[in-house]
Design a protein around this ligand. Structure first.
Ligand SMILES: [Zn+2]
Length: 138
């Protein structure tokens, strides 16, 4: 029986324990360098490294994007526009923000107690109504 020693685990194994692949250059089947289990571990490692590199590259891209002056302006405009929308529509995130700033109720608490958000939303609505009445708008 033909055997081969795997350089990773150092165990001499029959060649059936190795992957074979077709080499175009040599026009014949060749036996892989590493035994099947070691080749699999290696592939996982490679995938992990590839994933990490990819993640780094993506993070770097978004860092570069935000650091770019002309993008900074664009993002600022977007963020102001979003906040305005949240404020006008009294969306949950905006109401939760006010709760944490004005009433010291953390968002983690108001998120699981929606009735508090509802009450605060009503309070803000009443205040706005009173304000617009005082301003003589209505
Ligand atoms: Zn091995």
């Amino acid at each position: 029986m033909e055997t081969k020693t795997c350089p990773i685990c150092g165990i001499e194994k029959p060649i059936s324990e190795y992957h074979s692949y077709y080499s175009k250059e040599r026009q014949k089947y060749r036996i892989g360098n590493y035994c099947k289990p070691c080749a699999r571990i290696n592939a996982n490692e490679r995938a992990k490294i590839h994933f990490q590199n990819n993640r780094e590259a993506k993070l770097q891209y978004s860092r570069d994007y935000r650091a770019d002056e002309k993008n900074k302006e664009k993002l600022k405009v977007l963020s102001v526009r979003f906040k305005q929308k949240y404020r006008e529509e009294l969306q949950d995130c905006y109401v939760r923000d006010r709760l944490s700033m004005e009433n010291s109720i953390p968002a983690s608490y108001s998120r699981i107690n929606p009735e508090i958000v509802e009450a605060k939303r009503l309070q803000i609505k009443i205040k706005r109504k009173l304000k617009s009445l005082q301003d003589g708008k209505e």
